[in-house]
Design a protein around this ligand. Sequence first.
Ligand code: GDP
Length: 424
Amino acid sequence: MVRAIVGANWGDEGKGKITDMLAKESDIIVRFQGGSNAGHTIINNYGRFALHLLPSGVFYDHTTSVIGNGVALNIPYLVKEIQSLVEQGVPMPKILVSDRAQILMPYHVLFDQYEEERLGGKSFGSTKSGIAPFYSDKYAKIGFQVSELFGEEELKEKVYRVCETKNVLLEHLYHKPLLNPEEVYETLISYRDMVAPYVCDVSRFLNEALKDGKTVLLEGQLGSLKDPDHGIYPMVTSSSTLAAYGAIGAGIPPYEIKDIITVVKAYSSAVGAGAFVSEIFGDEAEELRKRGGDHGEYGATTGRPRRVGWFDAVATRYGCRIQGATEVALTVLDVLGYLDEIPVCVGYEIDGKVTKDFPTTTKLEKAKPVIEKLPGWKCNIRGIRKYEDLPENCRKYVEFVEKEIGTPITMVSNGPGRDEIIYR
Ligand code: GDP
């Protein structure tokens, strides 16, 4: 059985916590897209961790953690992340890296920085982790697959060929130091030695595991609205954030994905640029951000301040639909306990017309939120374990959200901890 855990919004919905929790009942946890450009924050009995590349299942000793072919593999980063876990007392996890994963090169990070510099104020708010140049190269067919590390002669020949195109851009577009192909080659050889112990035919491994009845979790990064096709293009990430891509980025049949747990946050937050209809500003925003407290005012990877806003039913219903959500985990509900009234965005007004359909980016820029207010519950709901024990107005909020998004909310998260969860 395959389950996917994905985000319905802009990321930071709390997928890490839900994955960490559900990993307990799983055999294999797979990252299938993205790279070290976003992170999950996980708090468990070993401490507090920010994972960027490793799946959130690495804390259990019964699980295998897999980096699928769809991931932007930063090899030194992976090795550092494994080391830091072990140093903090986590048992050495079982890790497999797909032989078809492509390698994030040091020059991808440089090109990312150079391009942001060049664009100046018009930049996309990249995390500068090299993700966009990485995926561009992958589709331009000048990327390096892990498998290519093991044939030295062909590798060297390709490095020279790739450096030639890269150096034209470095010299004439960015006016930056050129790449030395010998150095790039040596770097790749050192990467080969670092990654070799983990390399395997992941697709084959997963398909065998499924035949044996194992449970596989696909862990998505970011959320629906950052998907390059269905999100707020061009303010999106460079790989698909959708559950459907899990089949491709892991190498499993699409029909095996039976359950798509879509994580939805009780209010909105986004890191980076892009239209954000229900965004709030000033003191109101500062208060919500502060209350977000441990949920973090800052993105796990970039340390950039999060933009915040009220729950956006239009964006979230769309986000759930595009994911193909079969169930929803509603997170960070505890944070809203301070409000007398809770505004929610139930529609967008675009050119004088109200719509409940999430528009394309050009129209989105013009959308104004239609706000409805729900009564608050004015108390701390952390520690509550049964749905019936939540205050009435809190349950009403959950049920309102559920009706708006049209997907059953099966889990409500009321704190960052592993067991701070209410099953419905
Ligand atoms: P992800 O990228 O979707 O995994 O989200 P992040 O890890 O960036 O953000 C989730 C943050 O919210 C982490 O700091 C979690 O510890 C925290 N968190 C998750 N669920 C809850 C919750 O229900 N309540 C609170 N207060 N914090 C939560």
